[in-house]
Design a protein. Structure first.
Length: 230
């Protein structure tokens, strides 16, 4: 290979030019990467103002902080109380002409895809729900809610729609036949979504995680949804 200084410079960078690099995922094998790939990687990993944001959460059994679900459950005499979450956003500076949303993500289990082949699995972990693929009636639950103020407000994610009619069974999770537990737990997390005037969207990392807990163990006629620390 000749000296780098002997090569002619690129007259106009298009982004498709290739650079020599080592691939850390394959034992540092010699590979190539385009300029465009490097630019995208830097954009995705560059620290943003959202990385400094924190979320304080509060919940309560106070009637002002919950309401009775309007859903029809398998048990016709059961009332399910749905909680509101009080959320305060630390270090969130809301810029003009920019919208901010708090985004809910839930824990999913690793499972096989439609075609059962060795190693053909969908990865588990915390994921933001794709509402375009969520079957009715569960597609009414919001994935994100607009942030009205960083100093704290109550938010309603319609948590009753994370359960089947056979409360407290979780929607989207398989359970043994004829088995309905007294309580269930679903880890959930929250991110911040920022959309500027040009439509460019930025997501924060997962800022806060808690458990969503459905229970009818105490008084079956007064079931409730609540939270615990993860």
């Amino acid at each position: 290979m000749a000296r780098i200084s002997t090569y002619a410079p690129v007259a106009s960078v298009a982004g498709t030019e290739k650079l020599v690099a080592t691939d850390a995922k394959t034992g540092n094998a010699t590979s190539s990467v385009t300029v465009e790939q490097l630019v995208n990687y830097i954009r995705e990993t560059e620290p943003s103002d959202l990385d400094l944001v924190g979320i304080n959460l509060k919940w309560s059994n106070d009637p002002a902080w919950r309401y009775t679900s309007s859903r029809v459950w398998d048990d016709p005499v059961m009332d399910v109380f749905v909680p509101l979450l009080w959320m305060e956003f630390e270090n969130l500076v809301m810029e003009p002409d920019t919208t901010y949303e708090v985004v809910l993500e839930r824990s999913t289990k690793k499972r096989k895809k439609g075609v059962e082949q060795p190693g053909d699995y969908k990865r588990g972990g915390f994921k933001i729900e794709d509402t375009t693929t969520t079957a009715p009636p569960y597609n009414v639950r919001p994935v994100s809610l607009p942030i009205s103020t960083p100093t704290g407000d109550l938010y309603d994610f319609k948590f009753d729609w994370y359960y089947r009619q056979e409360f407290p069974l979780l929607s989207g999770y398989k359970v043994p036949t004829n088995f309905i537990p007294n309580s269930t737990r679903l880890p959930i997390g929250f991110r911040i979504k920022k959309t500027d005037s040009a439509g460019e969207v930025t997501y924060s990392h997962s800022i806060r995680k808690i458990n969503l807990v459905g229970s009818n163990a105490s008084v079956p006629e007064e079931a409730s949804i609540g939270f615990t620390e993860l």
